[in-house]
Each structure stands twice: as structure tokens, then as C-alpha cells.
Design a binder for this molecule. Structure first.
Ligand SMILES: [Zn+2]
Length: 86
């Protein structure tokens, strides 16, 4: 029976599986290193002695992952739709 599933069905199952895995990963590990400062929170001068704070991550060195941003966005929309009715 399983052998008779068309390729599109397998692709869908694989995509759903990956989406579930990615959602879980974003839930457990919501942050990733800032791409600009590599998670350091500082941008060093060429000499390495001086630095300035990274503006992109507000010197935290971390960025919210895209998957978690989407989750927050959906959560926010849901919150607005249920709590914002006057
Ligand atoms: Zn940064």
C-alpha cells in the first residue's frame, strides 16, 4: 500500500515532517547567532583592540529565528483577533 503512494504524497509528507521538526527546533531554540557580529554583540575594529556595539542585534549577539518570528506573528494575530474585539 505504501509503495503505491505517488511521489507528490511522499514530498508532502516529507515537507510536513520537516515543518514539524523546524517548528519544534524554533520552539526549543528560538535564537540564532547574529549574522553581523557572529553572536559576539560587538563589531571589532581591524586592529582587534577596539569595538563598537552591534546595532543589528542591539549588542545582544542573538537574533530571533525566522520560524519563531512567524510563530510570534501568528500568535500576535490570534491574540488581536480574540482580545481586540470591542
Ligand atoms: Zn549582532
Amino acid at each position: 500500500m505504501l509503495r503505491q503512494l505517488p511521489l507528490a504524497a511522499w514530498a508532502t509528507i516529507a515537507a510536513l515532517g520537516y515543518a514539524a521538526y523546524y517548528s519544534l527546533a524554533c520552539w526549543i531554540y528560538p535564537f540564532t547567532n547574529c549574522g553581523k557580529c557572529k553572536g559576539d554583540g560587538k563589531l571589532r575594529s581591524p586592529s582587534g583592540r577596539n569595538f563598537r556595539l552591534c546595532k543589528r542585534c542591539k549588542a545582544t549577539g542573538r537574533r530571533l529565528r525566522v520560524g519563531r518570528q512567524v510563530w510570534n506573528w501568528i500568535h500576535h494575530m490570534h491574540h488581536d483577533s480574540t482580545g481586540g474585539v470591542q
